[in-house]
Design a protein around this ligand. Sequence first.
Ligand SMILES: [Fe+2]
Length: 210
Amino acid sequence: MSASESAETRASERAAVVADAMDDIAKIDAHGREHGGVDRAGIARIKERLLELARHEHLFPNEDFPPPAGERGSHSYRLAQSDDGTLALYVQSVGEGTSAPPHEHLTWAVIVGMRGQELNRFYDCCAGEGEPHVEREALVERGTGVAMLGHDVHSIHIEGASTNFHCYGLAMENMTGRRYWNAEEGQWRVFADSSSIIEARPGYPATAAA
Ligand SMILES: [Fe+2]
């Protein structure tokens, strides 16, 4: 099989497993919304479903999801998104490490590991309530994940390369007004989301990293 044939086969296999996973996750999400919002049991089920998807790691190689070249930071590849923008799945690809200060999402968020290590720190308070203090840590790597509700506060710390799934109850471009802890200023600030989202859904024109 030639390299291009194998990339095409991989893309179609990937589209199928992502669609299956998103169908299941959409059902969990919809069930939660019908009952006042997705709860901790719901995000635990979403995490399990994404861990199952991550077992197809060979369908998500760096070749298809390259990280920023030679610099810190991440690229977020949009793998799937609901028509109304309330559900989205990304591959987060990091090459030289990255970090994010303590922040909230204002929707549920699930991160599952494939390659590398993403240290997550969780904090004892909600955004807007003074200086956050670390309550616990969890390492996201192959076979593990973390799940958060909208007001949970976490920070991420990655050294070197990593590739993970990030799944949210809202598309990233629709996450407005969420806050992060600005340690230099000693106060909570609203995120000006600077993440670069790269289109990676089948059938959509590819976009380059910003
Ligand atoms: Fe986050």
